[in-house]
Design a protein around this ligand. Structure first.
Ligand code: CDP
Length: 786
């Protein structure tokens, strides 16, 4: 075998995504592509009422329909002790209704039939007698003492309040406010939105009647954790449950929770001895699974006249829907709202959060954010922008004045987080330069004189991604670490198995690049496997941009361990002492004599054919990585818009996004992640809204009502990059998958408000429809005119 060095596409290379070969040819395998002999199909009957007692359910007409095998009700599930299940935040959720429905779209019964169309037709033949109850659609209504009790199933629950949580130092914050020259405040609402992945949720459960072995294909972002929950809920031995998450068409947090239909399909397969498939329809996805946001927020920022920030006060009210079901680290009741101090050197802060039950589908999933960091980032950036106007300061100047300085890292925030690294000034200055901030401000002045409305919006964000460390983070007691298992085969090809699960982020490419960097094996020779609990090491799954900070680190560490073992084998082959062997770019060589070398492929072969006496044969290992801290990516987004004062229509002129996620493994994939996030942020700012009428009917149950941006209206993005490595991550990388969705909505909204602020418009809540912008202009006009 030769010793020639070729270019190895390790870290920093724009390697084309390996997985795209199968995706662009339509050769991916999604849950619905899996077909088993004797497979049955399941459809779910959902409640048309948001709150109603079930007087009776008559399934006889549905059962009589030819092709129907069984109709499953809550009563049947209750006989097997499966009518209720635990949620990932430690609450309980009805699998199928036994007492009353608590939101529109809740699962009432399931039909299992020989084909999916018969199953669907049979739903119409189930006769349910509902008795409507008064409905609660906002958390403010929910907390009214006279509000109807939604969770009367819970012992000791006497109202609709779920949790109260505080962070920071109240007394010190009050004191800082007492000494302030100015307090800027903002009330804002981050509306309910939906991750809306292209592929909806679904599962195929196959319980072998002879062995009792349950194989469940599932659109899950966290297959290992779900398997453990299934074992606990059903009592099936964990080794007899295999969850396979095959290719997934987008998750964005929507595919983290356990949904009732997964439990029913598995129970039905167990009882019937045949595979049962459930594939969710689009409307089901939009009305019943994992919503995000729905947060009412009040913020106050205390400042000195010169713009120095003194303290922050925040109170929040979360609408969690009828069941508190989002995955939450158990120590962080309302997710990572601790990060609400953003990128600023705020000496003190105090945050209070409350959650309430409403007659809406369970919400609050980590939709492309780590547990509500999006809402936190939105609040602080809107508040800072408003404070700048009140002070009569430029919003960029106010930010630059108060940013945590690069020399202050590691930086302990007022709510106790230790930010690993950052250079906020650099990122913002680059964004300002790229968008031509000073010129835009000059142009704005001229435009105002001509009656044109031009706005520049900024948002700087600090993200917190990569949970663990396990001492601080767990979900239902499961500690948040992650893992990687690497095996080098005799011919020098490798298989890497990871505990996380890609849903389109390109792990099969980027994780292979980490191995390439560490061991010098080209990425095309590294097969990355994930998503199968039988064949991958345990992990907590992929959400909240945790894959790179956790399993990415595990991949680097296990590669290094194999390299260390490889050194022993190389020393044996080169007949020198191990201490005299160095490694670079896939070659082990004798120090001082770089031509005397063995490639990693030579060493892999020798691991099975010619290893030193006493050394364990083979070249493989597993590493479980428990991160010492989270990683804190950051950036500044700058948006320029033009608003038509006659119609309220606004058009994005420029979007500049400067991101810093430390070392970039694959810059092309990182840019793709940022493009996706910026488009999602634009959608939320401009058009996406799920709302409910007074009766609890979901408005936004299809893509005609729930508007997602297409390529037509999505603006062009200009990207910039700074690189501040994470000091504790083995390759200096930080997560990036959610940054743009977290950071950008405030930039779009700030831009529109910036265009209107001289007219007196200080706040407009998302989505900024033309009508809403026009109304805001009219309202201040009317006020000014008297
Ligand atoms: O957990 P998730 O994969 O959604 O988020 P992530 O860890 O931020 O990674 C998203 C994608 O970007 C993955 O393919 C990463 O390996 C890649 N990435 C990268 O190439 N360089 C970084 N510094 C961060 C992420």
């Amino acid at each position: 075998m030769g010793t020639e060095v070729t270019e190895i596409q390790g870290i920093g290379h724009r390697v084309k995504r390996k997985e795209d070969d199968r995706f662009i040819r339509g050769k991916g395998t999604y849950v619905d592509d899996v077909k088993l002999p004797g497979m049955l199909h399941m459809a779910v009957l959902r409640s048309p009422f948001a709150h109603a007692t079930i007087r009776s359910i008559d399934t006889s007409r549905a059962t009589a329909l030819p092709g129907v095998v069984v109709v499953v009700t809550g009563e049947l599930m209750a006989q097997h002790n499966l009518a209720w299940m635990p949620t990932l935040s430690g609450d309980t959720q009805a699998v199928l209704v036994t007492d009353k429905v608590r939101f529109q779209g809740q699962e009432v019964a399931c039909v299992i039939a020989e084909d999916p169309y018969v199953a669907k037709d049979a739903l119409e033949l189930i006769d349910v007698d509902y008795e409507a109850l008064p409905v609660v659609v906002t958390p403010q209504q929910a907390l009214d003492p006279d509000a109807p009790l939604i969770r009367d199933d819970k012992e000791g629950q006497t109202d609709n309040h779920i949790y109260h949580w505080e962070s920071g130092d109240k007394d010190a914050t009050d004191k800082a406010f007492d000494g302030a020259d100015l307090v800027a405040s903002l009330d804002t609402f981050y509306p309910r939105s939906h991750p809306a992945p292209v592929e909806t949720c679904g599962c195929l459960a196959d319980v072998n009647p002879a062995t009792g072995r349950a194989t469940i294909w599932m659109t899950s972002q966290a297959p290992h954790a779900i398997r453990t929950v299934f074992a606990l809920v059903t009592g099936l031995p964990e080794e007899n449950i295999r969850i396979i998450s095959p290719d997934i068409g987008g998750g964005f947090g929507n595919k983290v929770p356990v949904y009732p239909a997964y439990v029913v399909a598995t129970a039905a397969s167990l009882l019937l001895g045949r595979p049962v498939k459930w594939i969710e329809e689009r409307t089901e996805n939009l009305i019943s699974t994992g919503f995000a946001r729905d947060f009412h927020m009040h913020g106050e920022l205390a400042l000195k006249r010169d713009g120095t920030m003194l303290g922050l006060r925040v109170s929040l009210l979360a609408d969690e829907g009828a069941f508190h079901a989002d995955a939450q680290p158990s120590k962080f009741k309302v997710g990572l709202f601790h990060i609400v101090t953003g990128s600023y050197d705020l000496p003190v802060a105090h945050v209070v959060a409350d959650g309430a039950y409403t007659n809406k589908a369970p919400g609050g999933v980590a939709y492309r954010c780590s547990f509500r960091v999006t809402e936190a980032s939105y609040l602080i950036e809107r508040l800072v922008q408003n404070a700048a106007y009140e002070l009569g300061m430029d919003p960029a100047e106010l930010r630059l004045k108060n940013f945590i300085d690069k020399d202050q890292f590691p930086y302990k925030s007022a709510t106790g987080f230790v930010y690993d690294s950052g250079d906020y000034h650099k990122a913002m200055n680059l964004a300002l330069e790229k968008i031509g901030y000073d010129e835009l401000r000059k142009e704005q002045e001229g435009a105002r004189e001509e009656g044109r409305l031009l706005g520049v919006g900024l948002a700087s964000f600090t993200e917190v991604v990569g949970a663990g460390p396990s001492k601080d983070y767990d979900i239902l007691g499961l500690k948040m670490f992650d893992s990687a298992e690497l095996r080098l085969h005799p011919t020098g090809k490798a298989i890497l198995k990871i505990g996380v699960k890609t849903q389109g982020q390109g792990h099969e490419t980027t994780f292979a690049q980490i191995v390439a960097e560490e061991l010098g094996i080209p990425p095309e020779d590294v097969l990355v496997q994930h998503g199968d609990t039988d064949n991958t090491p345990y992990g907590l799954g992929t959400y909240a941009s945790r894959s790179t900070p956790t399993a990415g680190a595990a991949t680097a560490v296990i590669s290094r361990k194999l390299r260390d073992k490889g050194k022993k084998i190389a020393a044996h082959l080169l007949e020198v002492s191990e201490d005299d062997v160095d490694f670079a770019k896939g070659r082990f060589f004798v120090r001082g004599a770089p031509d005397k070398a063995k490639t990693i492929q030579d060493v892999a072969f020798a691991a099975y054919t010619n290893f030193p006496e006493g050394l364990e044969p083979g070249l493989e290992g597993v590493h479980y990585y428990d991160p010492p801290n989270m990683t804190f990516p950051f950036g500044t987004y700058a948006v320029a818009v033009e608003v038509d004062g006659e119609t309220g229509e606004w058009k994005v002129r420029r979007v500049v996004a400067v991101d810093d996620c430390g070392v970039r493994i694959n810059p092309m994939i990182v840019e793709g992640q940022i493009h996706g996030g910026l488009a999602e942020g634009f959608g939320i700012a401009a058009m996406e809204l799920i709302t409910f009428d007074e009766a609890g009917n979901c408005i936004g149950s299809n893509f005609m009502d729930y508007l997602l941006p297409t390529a037509w209206e999505t603006p062009r993005f200009e990207l910039g990059e700074t690189v501040t490595p994470s000091p504790h991550h083995p390759i200096g990388a930080k997560g990036v998958g959610e940054s743009a969705t977290v950071g950008s909505p405030a930039a779009y909204v700030n831009a529109v408000i910036d265009a209107l602020v001289h007219l007196g418009v200080k706040n407009i809540d998302m989505p900024l429809t033309s009508a809403k912008v026009w109304e805001a202009i009219q309202a201040v006009g009317a006020e000014a005119g008297g």
